[in-house]
Write a protein that binds this ligand. Structure first.
Ligand code: SF4
Length: 346
């Protein structure tokens, strides 16, 4: 069980109701622009993008943006733009061909040894570059009975050792349901690890409350939480505190980022991100090149530029601070490293 220090208890006691923060998230482009003091000339484009993929920005995340700066790297991740309506060759609705790997409702089984469960169809934030922005969540939101089928699948395939909760964002789910699900996973003998892919501790750090820490620390499964942070400005004191609570509950913290034009496509920005992550107890793990999802082409950084950036980063950082530059290729049995693909740096 978790041993809570007085500081940790105080930190948990000061968290605000995350569900209220979730439902109060900004969902209107006009309100988003007004809150940041931005010019209305951005509105037509924002509304066009919003019509394709709804705006969603929690206040706790918005508070870390620079007022009056339309190019703020956090805002750029969430502000809908007219360019999302452009049809760009090669950018499609299901770039990872996940529909072909869904043996049960809410279950994606692509890689040996691990299976991914869609823990929740919802997210606390809508990232404009999300490769699941067109994912048919409505068809993949299992009921309790359907969960049972998924659990039976995991039990029957004894080669599966790791259950991955993903989404949407699995932590958008209530703790009662998550506690039930994790207890069921706990009871599957072939599982040794639980991995949780989430952005919630970053965008609403108060999500890491006593109820979450309760089920997280109670499982026999080794827990790995893979956060998603793209820029050092996302890591404020509240995120550092949330990470400390998660680590105190026994979770190993990793981060995956996406290389995004106009957000983190510079050596200084990536170096600062790695340093700030490590200072918060989070290991930089993956730097993904953009998945070619329709609506996100304006974020794309070409492979040769991505490789140059990471090579330069290697000169700057200790090896354990260097994320692996990868791409997810449909049909491949694992993520594909870009550097080793080039030969000399493998
Ligand atoms: S799944 Fe992740 S990347 Fe996609 S919108 Fe949700 S939080 Fe953002």
């Amino acid at each position: 069980m978790i041993t809570r220090s007085p500081n940790l208890l105080q930190s948990i006691a000061s968290t605000r109701d995350w569900q209220a923060q979730l439902s109060d998230a900004i969902r209107d482009p006009r309100a988003l622009l007004a809150r940041l003091g931005l010019d209305e000339s951005w509105l037509p484009g924002a509304e066009a993008g919003h019509a394709l993929f709804e705006t969603r920005v929690p206040e706790a995340y918005l508070a870390r943006m620079r007022h009056g700066d339309p190019h703020d790297p956090l805002l750029r991740q969430v502000l809908p733009l007219a360019s999302e309506t452009d049809a760009v060759s090669g950018f499609i609705d299901d770039p990872l061909e996940e529909a072909a790997h869904t043996p049960r409702r809410g279950l994606i089984h692509k890689y040996h040894g691990r299976a991914l469960l869609i823990g929740s169809p919802a997210c606390a934030i809508n990232c404009r570059y999300c490769f699941r922005r067109h994912f048919p969540y409505a068809e993949n939101s299992p009921s309790r009975a359907q969960w049972q089928e998924t659990l039976d699948y995991l039990r029957a395939d004894t080669s599966i050792h790791e259950a991955i909760l993903s989404g949407g964002d699995p932590l958008a789910c209530g703790d009662k349901r998550l506690a039930w699900l994790v207890e069921q996973l706990d009871g599957i003998p072939n599982l040794v690890r639980l991995r949780i892919h989430t952005r919630l501790p970053v965008v609403i750090p108060d999500r890491v409350d006593g109820a979450l820490l309760g089920w997280l620390s109670a499982t026999r499964l080794q827990t790995v939480m893979v956060l998603h942070i793209n820029h050092a400005n996302e890591i404020d004191a509240s995120v550092v505190d949330a990470c400390a609570r998660l680590r105190a509950a026994g979770a190993t913290l990793l981060n995956q980022s996406v290389l995004l034009r106009g957000v983190n496509d510079s050596i200084d920005t990536l170096a600062e991100l790695s340093e700030r992550l490590f200072a918060a107890g989070v290991l930089p793990y993956y730097l993904h090149v953009l998945d070619p999802v329709a609506g996100a082409a304006h974020f794309d950084v070409p492979d040769d530029e991505a490789i140059r950036l990471v090579d330069a980063l290697r000169q700057r950082l200790a090896g354990f601070l260097l994320p692996r530059l990868v791409r997810e290729v449909p049909g491949e049995r694992s993520k594909t490293p870009l550097i080793s693909m080039q030969g000399p740096h493998s």
